[in-house]
Design a protein around this ligand. Sequence first.
Ligand code: SAM
Length: 276
Amino acid sequence: MEKLKSILIKHNFSLKKAFGQNFLTDTELLDQIVEKAGVSSNDTVLEIGCGAGALTSALAKRAKRVVGYEIDTRLKPVLNDVLCDYNNVEIVFNDIMKVSLDEIEKKLGGEYILVANLPYYITTPIIMRFIENAQNIKGMVIMVQEEVAYRLASKNSSSDYGAITVGINLRGSAEVVLKVGREKFTPIPNVDSAIVKITIEKDKFKGVDFNNVRNVVRCAFSSRRKMLVNNLMNTYKFSRAKAEEILTKANLDLTVRGENLSAQDFVLLSEVIYKG
Ligand code: SAM
């Protein structure tokens, strides 16, 4: 904590709320995050939102290489200072939302682990972008608001379960690996957080047309309280008889709601809808 404060003072740096600059200072916690991410000396890590470099340093100690993205160019001197002992770190000063995934993956050059502690308004878009389109990602370890963590790791038929959970389960699985109280951040935010680990299973549902599955998922959650049969009729303009025939072919009960279906159920349902 004192170290962070003195570095920020030394560089005359003032935290910017709009960039969600709540920094971590607890070295034990930082090491735990790296540990949970399963980073080893063979790994390349993509860190999004480096801040004052506390997590970046902890990652650099363990990883083969760290590529970090940071939107705030005012952090250049701070990061140069904090990371001066590491020759395996490269920081790109850019808004991650403005860099194409192709460009990011080209820079990483192969498989990588994504680690991010970001402002909460961009965490979900980032997770979905990498889940849906990243080619070489092995896993993600992301700090999110505690309630979001439980949503991401929820099971079907629970009230937390939704389209984003299915999206994750189409490529792997998520678990909450660490709770992080608000007091661990400087300045202290008004919510508690948790670390979610998403493991990507290579070739899960290989050969499946994910665009079709995502359309069905969107349809199923378009009116969450409605039964799936009604959402199918609305979205695809099926007659009730046709929608019921589809559910039966997909081994689903006629009264199910979207929230009851596993990723596997969605895959089968989309095969029935799009391939007959
Ligand atoms: N990783 C540091 C830590 O754990 O202490 C900083 C975390 S802080 C919550 C989030 C960081 O993400 C800030 O440094 C902020 O400037 C940066 N950031 C915010 N939006 C970003 C974006 N779109 N692209 C890249 N970095 C971003």
